[in-house]
Design a binder for this molecule. Structure first.
Ligand code: MSP
Length: 658
């Protein structure tokens, strides 16, 4: 047997933010359509997706939730996998950057690059935001302030490892010149060339010492590998690169298609090829940077969520309400090739009503109903053709070729447009042939049967061609035509018109996409979204009210409490306690031991080096047999989230708080 050609396709790996919305489903749904399409076209497909789990942001979120990062992320990953299962995403592997194999692969990649002189140690200088513990470049600042929290930043230096990206400027330019297909759509090439390559690439900082939720550099453990080497390497670590079990790497690398969105194209089309060149590895064949789904006109990054008042955006809610086929169809059809698309409740409902209910659903319903009504469900075998049949038959038999061309050009909406052109033509064919008139004339039985057969056969081709895009209704359509849908594993049967038996029996199914009363539905959805919002706000209000009001005190009462800034030197868990941590803190010249109930919120290692606010004149107490010489001041919100207080800018420990 001839060996199948391979096709390796990847999505970016997702941050485990938990705030997933419809926009996040776009890349993965598109990849799933490609994976299904290629499988049906006879390829041996490997479809990779996963999660990008390291970095300070996620560590902070875990802390806020009172959990260690890994168990916190486990819960979110489970939710993401639930979304993928609801959307019928057929990935072959789900990689997590916290997987042992990935960690070990990244460490080896880092070592290899260091040994080859592609990575060197130097000092990173940038604008540092103390509360966010983040470095920013000049261009990232917003009006000279931290782009995340809007506070003052200061010029700081940190020891870091750098990847010699600068040396790859010409090589990447040559890559684009020699392989015009490498980066798609073409407009992205100009962006990369004008914005990054022409000005010249600068070396890339690839390690950090200011946080520790990351992959440690194996030969210099105070550094963790910083974001992009960690994240991008997933595409090869998932295949077993540099491990003993590297058959998948041998078989599937290089990737055939890295699907990404436009804001991360630079990483995939410049940094990633440079890393691969440095590792002497073959380059991916194609990188595609799609546009965004703008929710109510916004990219819907978290900071903008507030602007979105009434759009229903959660994939689970949407699939529950309209079914995953409708959601998948909207995503695949609505974002034009290479540019942005807009989501509103209304645009989704219009797509459902127009394309799915009026065009496809209607064709299915009327074909089933007419065959049932005119022939009791089973067609007779006599035939009588007419010239009007030719266009429909031609379009249906040519559909496979048209869809293949659109998919080869990575144009998924165009592939769907082609399929729906045939659906529309078939609906028009019903009007052209007027079966309701034919049925009245007994001598036209054969003609009527031919018309019905052409409709059923067109539906069969349409249903098979829809299989990569919609995952439920094509099988229902095929089932109604007496075709065993689970046996349709490829496109072989759509290359000829006339595969259904002449005496096909067609059974009726409930409407696939019932028409929605848009105005009524919009009102319901808006009410639902607003009610959810209110519910959330109410919960917070109630909790705040529950807090007890303490009696007034005088300034002299307050002055009795001595508060000072302290720096955490050491932190460890108190055995058998799920709340307590034992800390060693420095308060000016003095060192003390404190036991604090913050274990649920903080990993001990995270606290080391942090500045905290302490009550220093509190009578010592013993907690679990350990003496606590003071108390760390924390805030607890309505939901039980805990955070210690810290000075807004670094200040000498021992400083008084008043
Ligand atoms: N972790 C990085 C990718 C590292 S790849 C080595 C990341 N993660 S993400 O969770 O922010 O995004 C995951 C995918 O969702 C990206 O392709 C991103 O562009 C996509 N989308 C998120 N919001 C989107 C829209 N509103 N519209 C379309 N896709 C968008 O980036």
């Amino acid at each position: 047997m001839q060996e199948k050609e391979k096709f390796y396709i990847t999505t970016p790996i997702y941050y485990p933010s938990g705030d997933w919305h419809l926009g996040h489903c776009y890349t993965t749904t598109v990849c799933d359509a490609f994976a299904r399409f290629k499988r049906m076209n006879g390829y041996d497909v490997f479809f990779l997706t996963g999660t990008d789990e390291h970095g300070q942001k996620i560590a902070k979120k875990a802390e806020e939730a009172g959990m260690q990062p890994k168990p916190f992320i486990d819960g979110l990953v489970a939710k993401l996998k639930d979304i993928w299962s609801l959307m019928d995403i057929t990935y072959d592997k789900f990689i997590r950057t916290t997987d042992e194999e990935h960690i070990s692969c990244v460490q080896k990649i880092f070592e290899k690059l260091y040994e080859k002189g592609e990575i060197y140690k130097a000092e990173y200088e940038g604008w540092y935001c103390t509360p966010c513990e983040s470095f920013w470049t000049e261009s990232q600042l917003v009006e000279g302030k931290c782009p995340d929290c809007g506070r003052e930043v200061s010029r700081e230096k940190e020891e870091s490892y750098f990847f010699r990206l600068s040396k790859y400027t010409d090589k990447i330019l040559k890559l684009y010149e020699d392989n015009p297909e490498f980066l798609q759509p073409k407009s992205r090439v100009n962006e990369m060339v004008n914005n990054f390559l022409k000005p010249g690439l600068t070396d890339l900082c690839v390690s950090r010492t200011s946080f520790n939720w990351g992959i440690p550099v194996s030969f210099d453990k105070k550094h963790v590998v910083y974001v992009w080497i960690d994240a991008l390497s997933n595409y090869i670590s998932a295949l077993g690169y540099l491990s003993e079990k590297d058959e998948n790497f041998q078989k599937y690398w290089p990737a055939d298609l890295h699907m990404t969105a436009k804001e991360i194209i630079r990483f995939h089309a410049i940094i990633w090829p440079a890393i691969l060149m440095a590792l002497d590895l073959p380059l991916p064949k194609q990188v595609y940077g799609h546009g965004w789904l703008l929710i109510g006109g916004d990219k819907m990054s978290k900071s903008k969520t507030d602007k979105i008042k009434t759009e229903l955006v959660h994939p689970v809610a949407l699939c529950d309400r309209y079914g995953s086929d409708a959601v998948r169809y909207f995503l695949l059809r609505e974002i034009p090739f290479g540019s942005d698309g807009i989501y509103t409740n209304e645009s989704l409902l219009k797509r459902i009503n127009t394309d799915l209910a009026n065009d496809l659903g209607n064709l299915v319903n009327r074909t089933q109903a007419m065959i049932e009504k005119y022939f009791g469900g089973t067609l007779p075998t006599e035939r009588e053709s007419a010239p009007v049949d030719e266009e429909l038959i031609g379009m249906a038999s040519g559909l496979y070729g048209k869809v293949c061309s659109a998919m080869d050009a990575l144009n998924v909406p165009e592939a769907l447009t082609e399929i729906f052109r045939v659906v529309q033509r078939a609906n028009k064919y019903v009007d052209d042939t007027a079966p309701w008139a034919l049925v009245k004339d007994e001598s036209k039985r054969a003609r009527l049967a031919t018309v019905m057969y052409n409709l059923a056969e067109t539906l069969r081709i349409v249903a098979v061609m829809l299989k990569p895009y919609l995952t439920k209704s094509p099988d229902i359509i095929l089932g109604s035509l007496g075709v065993d849908a689970s046996a349709v594993m490829n496109f072989d049967s759509v290359k000829t018109f006339g595969v259904l038996p002449l005496n096909v029996t067609v059974t009726k199914t409930p409407p696939l996409f019932p028409r929605i009363d848009i105005q009524k539905e919009l009102a319901e959805v808006e009410a639902l979204v607003l009610a959810e919002k209110k519910e959330k706000e109410k919960k917070v209000e109630i909790k705040v009210e529950e807090q007890t009001q303490k009696p007034e005190i005088s300034i002299d009462d307050f002055a009795k409490v001595q508060l000072k800034v302290a720096t955490v030197l050491e932190a460890e868990e108190v055995p058998k306690s799920d709340k307590l941590l034992k800390l060693r803190v420095k308060i000016g010249n003095e060192e003390r031991q404190v036991v604090s109930g913050i274990k649920k919120a903080y990993a001990p290692e995270y606290l080391i080096g942090k500045q905290v606010v302490m009550v220093t004149n509190l009578k010592p107490v013993k907690l679990r047999g350990i003496e606590s010489q003071g108390m760390i001041i924390c805030a607890e919100n309505a939901e039980g989230k805990l955070a210690f207080l810290t000075p807004e800018v670094a200040i000498e420990d021992g400083s008084e708080i008043f």
